[in-house]
Design a protein around this ligand. Structure first.
Ligand code: ATP
Length: 902
């Protein structure tokens, strides 16, 4: 059969072929996989294993959508009316403002989307393949037909596979068939008319392995896969809408309605009571509404969130759902896995407990260099039969591989616990290839966190069959024949030795063996009964990450409790917990958690930091218990069964390396370095994001209030407007492109991780924030009127007085930006000038714009401005300084009242 036809045939027949036919068709063997050359050739022939990205809206549509905004409606109506009233200059200004506003929104949104897409691309899926006889982890896009893919629980199937070896495989095919129950898979071919859901010997791209292991032959990739054909798009499209932006949108809408009503009243008052000319009062009202509507707010929030997301991604935390960024800052409890997240996951076997003696193991890491000591005396490993038996079990009941690389030294492929056992076997002098050939593996029960052991069936050349078992000691001991009079079989004595090792933080594994009837070729759970003989225990160390210790301390200072949830033994867990600075005196086991009712669990969940021998269901209950106490919970996880707990948590955190695809897809946050310190950093970043959103509010609302107040006051007091409508539009536009944006780039407040988490129920505009808004609005109005009146009083023209007022307004906003950079901390620090470079550039830009407005003749014509003299500038600068100091005084008072944030 030619290679091309079945691969590209849309009515594929792979499910009707036997495994060997399928392998033959694609010219590959199941045990070695393809060669590198063949892979390159096929990659060229079939292309990458990826689906086209989801379509974005076109640029014109996105630009047009920018006009869908209450402010723009106001402006469009105003522009039309102004035009009808034959005031072409102001109509032109309004048209310009509309255009520039839409353009700014368009660019900002584009930037935000780009930042998010870049982050999403970092979540590319991986696949484990067999090529040239070795396992490799590769980018799933590089799979080709003929590749042999290894599947295990939690993995998203990376391409359409004809299964060639299956061990208890169950696959959730909801993505393809809509069926939510996992389907059992096998290798037997099925009839040609079987529907997709009935093709049990196939695993289709996009479906998720919920249990077991398998090996599959890639038969179709990319768009030729079933999911590619039905045109389903994988991966969700990030949206820019979050609960916070929605809330702000709503807030902006309400305010807009209110302002329109206020505008109408002002218009009626100005026209009928003050008898102002129609065009004048109309323009004044337009200026008022435009000034008052905080139209830029939702956009600023989106930008702040997007920038936060990018910063987090640079620091190894990838946000999968934008709202998570807001929630992160309010997290009160982080529940973290131990192995690999809080610890280094670099296991080293340091102690071997044999029936009659205990050995210490020297050497560090996976390098097989080191030896054995008994009470400080070196031991000849080859002469120690008990050690040899244990080492053989460690080597054979093991799926890891050690590779030596001249540049990188000894590298591990597989599970670190198993890697450490492999190194131990090397140190004991065993040759992996020789041992595996003389006693080949016939069958296996793979390790699953649920049952905490692994077993393998072997034959030797003499035809004997035996099972090797390794796993959690209490479990393995329970499967061993007990006899109190025989030290070899005395369970209590073994337990005491196990606890000794666990107390110093060692993970202890028990290894056992039992003989089977000759000729046994299959191993099932039914064989794992109390018939084993214990070979010994191995104590492994996995030290805490130094940065995790520091991060735990930082979280605790920030009012965030850290809880460790581990599959390890309770004594080991408590010892490691203590090293990390957790309160581990009342460590709980999963069993205890099960025995507690919801209420008791809620109580102890708060008191205890260490949960051991816990499984995914316990995580789920724990999340519920903590949430019932009003906590905002971040929960980490990596396995397929962790997915429900990750979804239930306020922030689900998945591991990028160790984590399964299922966990990653359920998570809000993915850690590319699997490191606890990264979560702490993300929490910090979440707080910074929220602070910056608040600072933007704190900046935009009073400046809007000040601008609107100036006009309102003038109309109602019956004095000439200190700034014209056109000038207000100008101020609004240039501050929107400059100052408002600057706060999005604000670095963290100094004490950001020393204050307690923000309450999620707290309103956006707190009382203190409201007071500040009113205070600054009044200051703005006061200084603007002061300058205006002073100019009039000294005989300046109306143009000069207005130009001075406009410059005062802008300077008032500019100095206020520096006030707002810290909520209540003093602005008299060096970092106020150096901390946010973007703010300085924005200020420079703004000043340049203002000078243009004041001195460039065309601008003078359009905006009715006039050149100012030195005296004017002196007064403006002095009042600017006064206003700056007035806000600093308020901050000083707040500091005295111990207010740190707003
Ligand atoms: P954590 O939950 O802290 O991340 P973990 O995920 O490493 O820890 P599990 O992998 O569920 O925890 O391991 C639980 C227990 O299962 C271990 O304490 C050990 O006794 C046993 N165990 C771990 N790995 C293996 C393995 N490869 N083979 C046999 N038993 C194992």
């Amino acid at each position: 059969m030619p290679l091309q036809s079945p691969v590209s045939d849309h009515r594929s027949v792979w499910h009707t072929l036997s495994e060997s036919e399928a392998l033959q068709t694609l010219s590959v063997t199941a045990n070695t996989g393809l060669s590198g050359e063949e892979v390159s050739r096929r990659l060229e022939q079939y292309g990458r294993n990826s689906l086209p990205a989801s379509k974005r809206r076109g640029p014109w549509l996105r630009l047009a959508l920018q006009l869908h905004n209450p402010l723009i409606y106001v402006l469009l109506v105003a522009g039309a009316v102004t035009f009808a009233l034959k005031d072409y200059v102001d109509a032109g200004v309004i048209a310009g403002v509309v255009l520039i506003n839409a353009l700014i929104g368009f660019i900002q949104e584009g930037k935000a989307e780009k930042a998010l897409n870049a982050v999403r691309a970092m979540l590319a899926s991986r696949a484990t393949v067999l090529r040239e006889g070795e396992r490799h982890e590769i980018d799933a896009a590089l799979l080709v037909p003929g590749d042999i893919v290894l599947l295990e629980s939690g993995v998203r199937v990376p391409a359409d596979l004809r299964l060639v070896r299956v061990k208890n495989l169950r696959v959730n095919e909801a993505a393809l068939t809509g069926e939510s129950m996992p389907v059992d898979k096998g290798t037997e071919p099925v009839g040609s008319d079987a529907s997709i859901g009935d093709r049990t010997c196939m695993a289709y791209s996009g479906t998720v392995v919920s249990f077991g292991q398998a090996r599959g032959l890639v038969v179709s990739t990319g768009q030729l896969s079933e999911i590619g054909r039905i045109g389903t798009l994988v991966g969700e499209v990030q949206t820019l809408v979050t609960p916070l932006t929605r809330r702000l949108d709503q807030f902006a809408r309400q305010i807009t309605l209110f302002i329109l009503a206020a505008g109408l009243i002002t218009f009626l008052f100005g026209y009928f009571v003050r008898e102002m000319p129609m065009l004048d009062i109309f323009l004044a009202v337009v200026g008022l509404t435009v000034a008052a509507i905080p139209e830029g707010l939702p956009a600023i929030v989106t930008i702040v969130l997007a920038i936060g997301t990018r910063t987090m991604a640079r620091k190894n935390a990838i946000v999968r759902r934008l709202p998570a960024v807001e929630t992160l800052g309010s997290v009160t409890v982080i529940c973290s896995d131990k192995t690999g997240t809080l610890t280094k996951n670099e296991m080293t076997a340091v102690r071997v407990m044999l029936p009659n003696h205990t050995l210490d193991v020297t050497g560090a890491g996976y390098a097989p260099e080191g030896g054995f000591h008994c009470d400080g005396v070196p031991v000849e490993a080859a002469q120690d039969e008990a050690l040899q038996d244990l080492a053989r079990c460690a080597l054979l009941c093991n799926d890891a591989q050690l590779k030596h690389d001249a540049a990188k030294g000894w590298q591990l492929v597989g599970d670190p616990t198993e890697g450490a056992l492999l190194t131990l076997a090397h140190k004991a002098g065993l040759d992996p290839i020789e041992t595996a050939t003389s006693t080949p593996r016939i069958d296996e029960i793979p390790f699953e966190s649920e049952h905490r052991f692994m077993a393998t069936l072997h034959h030797d050349h003499a035809g004997h069959a035996f099972v090797l078992l390794k796993g959690a000691p209490e479990h393995v001991l329970g499967l061993c024949v007990q006899d109190a009079s025989d030290p070899l079989r005395n369970g209590t004595a073994w337990e005491a030795r196990m606890e000794d090792a666990a107390r110093v933080g060692q993970r202890v594994l028990a290894l056992a063996r039992c003989d089977m009837r000759a000729g046994t070729t299959a191993l099932s759970m039914a064989d794992i009964t109390r018939r084993f003989t214990l070979l010994g225990l191995v104590g492994l160390i996995d030290p805490p990450r130094e940065e995790a210790i520091a991060a735990v301390a930082e979280c605790q200072r920030a009012g965030v409790r850290v809880k460790m949830i581990t599959g390890d033994h309770v004594v080991t867990a408590a010892a490691i917990g203590r090293q990390l600075g957790l309160s581990a005196d009342h460590a709980l086991t999963g069993e205890t958690v099960e025995s507690l009712d919801d209420q008791s669990l809620q109580r102890v969940a708060l008191e205890t930091d260490v949960f051991a021998r816990a499984s995914p269901e316990h995580k789920l209950r724990l999340v519920a218990a903590l949430q019932a106490q009003g906590e905002l919970v971040a929960m980490t996880g990596d396995g397929v069964n962790d997915a429900p707990a990750l979804k239930a948590a306020d922030i689900g955190v998945a591991m990028g390396h160790k984590g399964t695809d299922a966990a990653r897809e359920a998570a809000d946050l993915v850690l590319t370095d699997d490191n606890f310190a990264t979560i702490a950093r993300a929490v910090r970043e979440g707080r910074v994001v929220f602070d910056n959103i608040k600072k933007s509010l704190l900046f935009i609302l009073p400046t809007s209030g000040g601008e609107a107040g100036v006009i309102l006051l003038a109309v109602f007091a019956g004095v000439p407007l200190p700034v014209t409508a056109g000038q207000i539009l100008w101020v609004n536009m240039i501050t929107a492109v400059t100052l408002s944006l600057a706060l999005a780039f604000e670095p963290a407040e100094p004490g950001v991780m020393r204050r307690s988490p923000r309450k999620p129920s707290e309103p956006l505009i707190t009382r203190i924030l409201g007071v500040r808004i009113a205070y600054v609005s009044l200051l703005m109005i006061a200084v603007t009127f002061a300058v205006f009146e002073w100019e009039i009083a000294r005989g300046s023209s109306l143009e000069v007085a207005r130009t001075a007022a406009v410059n005062m307004l802008v300077l008032g906003e500019l100095v206020y930006l520096f006030n707002v950079r810290h909520f209540t901390a003093s602005a008299f620090t060096r970092d106020i000038l150096t901390g946010n470079k973007i703010a300085l550039w924005m200020c420079a830009l703004l000043i340049a714009f203002q000078l243009l407005l004041t001195y460039a003749p065309p601008m003078q014509q359009v905006f009715q401005t006039a050149a100012l003299d030195a005296a004017s500038w002196l007064v403006i600068l002095t009042l600017g300084l006064v206003k700056f100091l007035a806000v600093e005084v308020e901050k000083f008072v707040l500091r005295r009242l111990h207010v740190r944030s707003m």
